[in-house]
Design a protein. Structure first.
Length: 247
C-alpha cells in the first residue's frame, strides 16, 4: 500500500531533521569552542555527514528517503515514481519540498539546543554560521554554482544508478557516496548538494537567539539552492536518456 500524504510528510520531516541534526552536529563538534571534537578537521565532518545521511535514509524509508529537493527533482525529470505507488505529481512534489525544508529547519534547531553552551562561549561568528550553512572558500558566484551543480549531479545520478529510487538503496551505499563527494568535491563550497540542508538551517540561524551571531549571509543563500536543483535536474535528464532508464 503506498504511503499517504501524511505518511510522506512525517517521513521526510523526520528523516531530514535527523540528517541536519547529525550533520550540523558534527560541524558544531569540530568548530565550536571546547567541544570534545574541536579541531577534528574536514574528514571528521565528511564522515559525520555520511553517517547523518545513513541514519536519515533509514528514518525516511517509507517516503522513498529523498531528504533533498535535488533528489526529488532528479526523480521527477528521470520519470521515476517518488516512492512505490507515489507518482511524481505537482502536489506530491510540493509536499516533498515543504517537508524537507521543515525537517532541515527542525534538525538544526535541536542541534543548537544540544550545543547551546558551546555557541555561547564561541567568539567566532563565522564559525557559528558555518555550523548551520555552507559558504565558499573563494566567493565567485558563478563558479560556486558550478561546483554545487557538479557535486549534486554526482549525488543524484549515482543514486538513480543505484536503484532508480532512494527506497531501493542500501543506506550505507548512499552514506559512502556522500563521504566521497565531500572528500573530493566539498572543498570549494562545503558541498551543500541539498537545498533543504542549507536553507532550513540558515533560516534557523537567522531566527535563533544565538549569542554573538553575524548575518546569515543571505547574499550567498541562493547558490546552495539553485546549484543543487540544476544538478539534480541534469542528473535526472541524463539518466532518462540513457538506455538503462528504458530497461
Amino acid at each position: 500500500m503506498p504511503p499517504s500524504l501524511l505518511d510522506i510528510v512525517l517521513s521526510e520531516v523526520l528523516g531530514t531533521a535527523t540528517l541536519t541534526l547529525l550533520g550540523c552536529g558534527v560541524v558544531a563538534n569540530v568548530l565550536l569552542t571546547r567541544s570534545k571534537g574541536f579541531g577534528g578537521g574536514w574528514l571528521l565532518i565528511t564522515f559525520g555527514w555520511g553517517l547523518a545521511v545513513f541514519a536519515g535514509v533509514y528514518v525516511a524509508f517509507a517516503s522513498g528517503a529523498h531528504l533533498n529537493p535535488a533528489v526529488t527533482v532528479g526523480l521527477l525529470v528521470s520519470g521515476n515514481e517518488y516512492a512505490p505507488g507515489v507518482p511524481a505529481t505537482l502536489l506530491n512534489t510540493l509536499v516533498y519540498f515543504g517537508a524537507e525544508l521543515v525537517g532541515g529547519f527542525l534538525g538544526a534547531v535541536v542541534m543548537y539546543l544540544a550545543y547551546k553552551k558551546h555557541f555561547d562561549i564561541t567568539d567566532d561568528a563565522g564559525a557559528k554560521l558555518g555550523v548551520f550553512s555552507t559558504g565558499p572558500e573563494v566567493r565567485s558566484y558563478g563558479w560556486n554554482v558550478l561546483t554545487e551543480v557538479i557535486g549534486t549531479f554526482v549525488l543524484v545520478f549515482v543514486i538513480l544508478m543505484f536503484g532508480n529510487t532512494p527506497a531501493g538503496l542500501g543506506p550505507l551505499a548512499v552514506a559512502l557516496l556522500v563521504v566521497g563527494i565531500g572528500a573530493s568535491l566539498g572543498g570549494p563550497t562545503g558541498y551543500a548538494i541539498n537545498p533543504a540542508r542549507d536553507l532550513g538551517p540558515r533560516i534557523a540561524h537567522a531566527l535563533l537567539p544565538i549569542r554573538g551571531k553575524r548575518s546569515s549571509d543571505w547574499g550567498y543563500s541562493w547558490v546552495p539552492v539553485v546549484g543543487p536543483v540544476v544538478g539534480g535536474a541534469l542528473a535526472g535528464l541524463v539518466f532518462y536518456v540513457m538506455p538503462v532508464a528504458a530497461a
